[in-house]
Design a protein around this ligand. Structure first.
Ligand code: ATP
Length: 370
């Protein structure tokens, strides 16, 4: 297991990059913890596979370095880096049995035969493949073959990291859930550094301790699932994570209030945004509610109310802006004088798409702010 450091790392697939758009990965500096479970999450083309392949050694970055536990591995092959990688489609030997497939990476590295047997039996049980241990891989289903692929990565306890590139794409939905849970269990048991690429937020949020959200070749936030949900660091994170995503409204800021279309929305902190920045208020549908008749709220009109499984979503209109509100079970929708209230603590302010940190209001008022 290793701590992984990305040191001014960047990649362009074509020579002489000049503008930021020429980079598949824009320059980045990060330190990822030894034994952490990370998910790289983002839409197609944002650079997830490029970053994963640089970490594994399949691709050499055009700038910067990568270190494992302080050792520069930029020029090393995947074998020298001692990495296990599981791809989207199964990589197994069809003519070998299931058990032989699992044993192969260990025998190849000279692990003692009795240790190999022990680990293979353990992995067969873990993946519910014991009954098929002596079957040739050839006749197995796509799910089973991919389970063997996962097993071939996980059976190597001494690796620096295990990298997964959308490994559950070919797995049926029911089995996906089971395998994700299994991966999490295995992570807790062996404490491997794991990096898991996906464009599926459910997969990322259920697997990872820390989710690395990527957008247009940049890491826009690294955070726990709670942090990404409650304090999205970038408007893209707000929009991409959550269903539906965060409401984002153009605004002005006056101290501890956002002004949206002339209406004052109280905030929990005091903000001093940079001059001439594009300012937006972000608040998730879960943190907006209809105001009680005695309360001051921002007047809106209702466009629609939709059932989405266990919840209902009200779509409301504030001038030309549309907002979603997640309704709690049995919640009444007001018939007239409809207005909304945003939770001030869970509302965020963005300047040029990046979240601003505010100052506590009382500190600001008492003049002790730095
Ligand atoms: P997906 O989820 O579709 O696999 P991704 O987030 O993994 O996408 P990458 O495959 O890393 O994204 O691609 C990042 C950018 O680099 C994209 O614009 C892609 O077109 C480009 N790219 C990827 N591989 C190459 C290549 N071999 N040559 C040139 N450009 C490439």
């Amino acid at each position: 297991m290793a701590q992984i450091k990305l040191d001014e790392l960047a990649h362009a697939y074509y020579p002489n990059p000049t503008t930021p758009a020429d980079y598949a990965l824009k320059p980045m500096d990060y330190l990822w913890d030894d034994g952490g479970a990370y998910a790289l999450l983002g839409p197609s083309g944002c650079g997830k596979t490029t970053l994963l392949n640089i970490i594994s050694g399949l691709l050499k970055p055009s700038a910067g370095r990568i270190q494992f536990d302080g050792t520069d591995v930029t020029g090393m092959s995947p074998e020298q880096r001692n990495i296990a990688q599981v791809f989207q489609f199964p990589v197994i030997y069809d003519t070998m049995t299931v058990a032989q497939n699992l044993a192969f990476p260990l025998l190849n590295r000279g692990v003692d035969k009795s240790e190999v047997d022990k680990r293979v039996i353990d992995m067969l049980e873990t993946l519910d493949l014991s009954a098929k241990a002596n079957r040739r891989a050839q006749g197995l289903t796509a799910d089973e073959k991919q389970k063997i692929s996962l097993g071939r990565g996980l059976v190597r306890y001494d690796v620096n990291a295990i990298l997964f590139d959308e490994p559950l794409t070919v797995i049926d939905p029911q089995m996906k859930w089971q395998l994700r849970t299994k991966l999490k269990e295995l992570h807790q048991r062996f404490e491997h550094t794991m990096i898991y690429v996906t464009h599926d937020q459910t997969e990322a949020l259920t697997f990872a301790d820390k989710v690395v959200v990527m957008y247009e070749g940049e890491v826009v936030q690294i955070g726990t699932p709670e942090e990404l949900f409650e304090r999205p660091g970038h408007t893209f994170v707000g929009y991409f994570i959550g269903s539906p995503g965060m409401n984002i409204l153009p605004c002005n800021i006056e101290g501890n209030a956002a002004i949206v279309e002339g209406h004052r929305i109280p905030l929990a902190s005091h903000y001093t945004p940079p001059q001439n920045a594009k300012l937006e208020l972000g608040v998730r549908p879960e943190f907006v509610r209809f105001a009680a008749s005695t309360e001051y709220g921002v007047p809106v009109s209702i466009d629609s109310v939709d059932n989405v499984g266990r919840h209902r979503i009200a779509k409301v209109r504030l001038a030309e802006h549309s907002l979603n509100i997640l309704l709690t079970e049995g919640q009444e929708i007001p018939g007239y004088n409809i207005s909304i209230v945003c939770d001030p603590v869970l509302s965020s302010v963005y300047a040029n798409d990046h979240r601003l940190e505010g100052e506590p209001v009382n500190r600001h008022q008492s003049g002790t702010a730095i």
